[in-house]
Ligand binder design. Structure first.
Ligand code: PBG
Length: 329
């Protein structure tokens, strides 16, 4: 036998030789309890409505939302994040439907709480864009700019009606300065000290929210660049994070997940509160669309994308595949 040079002494491939070996040395394991299901509920429908840009995701009726919540519990999913889609004609400049105790989100929270009680952590999106006719996350000033402090007053009221409806956690996703502190105060003022704040501490202005706009019937013209973060930056994420923690955030989130894994890893290394990441609509739809075309293996791509998010440091992952993946694990 001719020997060409020397053979390697170290052979990492040894630990990849069999499924059992790979399983034993795996550093990252997804668990159903890592997962949180975002769900849309639409006012005034008795049947779920398909979202064409998100095949497999629907705008639920109250009935099918209850069923989805039960399925999530059965699969071992930890939580559900609810988004309300008001009836046509119910959007206005102030997003009034968002603070109406009979608004769709509040009705949905009560329905889910009634159905699953405390078996699922019930979370609500605390933001105005689902309810404003202009589609922005806040109210506008005379010049048409999103008015930070006037919006905070709306968020305070929103937090209170959502807490009254029975959420366990509010998700402050509007990216207004000071929102976590104002929401914390508003909750404490009405004796809702136990309602936790999941701060979307790090939220980028992302093209990957595209399909979400159809999901909530948003009519946004323009963009959210004056309040959501610039994808080019990661230092300001650390500032947003520090402010939210100072203001009383119980948990923090990075969003989107996939294109921001470096930021997620930095956040996870920095804080001592639970860290969540949101695999958003565009991340979902890209995989579904490529799989539909037969270009990638759907199930493997889903698991790989979620494993990457967990490996980067997320203890909780919001994903539209939550129930399906939890069942498969
Ligand atoms: C704000 C909100 C958005 C998403 C969750 N909460 C939209 C936005 O900030 O532009 C996006 C979620 C997704 O794309 O899956 N209400």
């Amino acid at each position: 036998m001719t020997v060409y040079g020397s053979f390697p002494g170290a052979r990492p491939r040894r630990l990849r030789t069999s499924p059992a070996m790979r399983r034993m040395v795996a550093e990252t394991r997804l668990h159903p309890a890592d997962l949180i299901l975002p769900a849309f509920v639409r006012e005034g429908v008795t049947e779920p409505v398909a979202i064409s840009a998100m095949p497999g995701v629907v705008q639920h009726s109250l009935d099918t939302l209850r069923k989805a919540a039960v399925e999530a519990v059965t699969a071992g999913v930890s939580g559900i994040m609810l988004f309300g889609v008001p009836e046509d004609g119910k959007k206005d400049a102030l997003g009034t439907a968002g603070t109406d105790p009979e608004g769709i989100l509040q009705v949905a929270v009560r329905a889910v709480r009634d159905e699953v009680g405390d078996d699922l952590v019930i979370m609500s999106d605390l933001c105005l864009d689902e309810y404003t006719d202009h589609g922005h996350c806040g109210v506008l000033d005379a010049a048409g700019r999103v008015d930070n402090d006037a919006t905070l007053e709306r968020y305070a009221e929103m937090a209170q009606v959502q807490a009254d409806a029975g959420v366990h956690v509010v998700g402050t996703s509007g990216m207004m300065d000071g929102q976590v502190g104002v929401v914390r105060d508003a909750l404490d003022t009405i004796g809702k000290e136990d309602v936790a704040v999941l701060a979307y501490a790090v939220k980028y202005s992302s093209a990957f929210y595209g399909p979400f706009r159809e999901a909530v019937g948003s009519s946004l013209k323009g963009d959210r660049k004056t309040y959501q973060q610039d994808p080019a930056n990661s230092r300001e994420s650390m500032r947003e994070l520090a402010l939210d923690l100072e203001e009383g955030a119980d948990m923090v989130m990075v969003k989107p997940a996939g294109p921001y894994l470096d930021v997620l890893a930095k956040v996870a290394a920095e804080v001592d509160v639970p860290v969540a990441a949101y695999q958003i609509s565009g991340e979902y739809s890209m995989i579904e669309a490529a799989a539909e075309k037969g270009w990638i293996d759907r199930d493997k791509a889903i698991l790989e994308s979620l494993t990457g998010i967990k490996r980067a440091g997320a203890g909780m992952i919001l994903t539209y595949w939550a129930t399906e993946v939890a069942r498969a694990l």
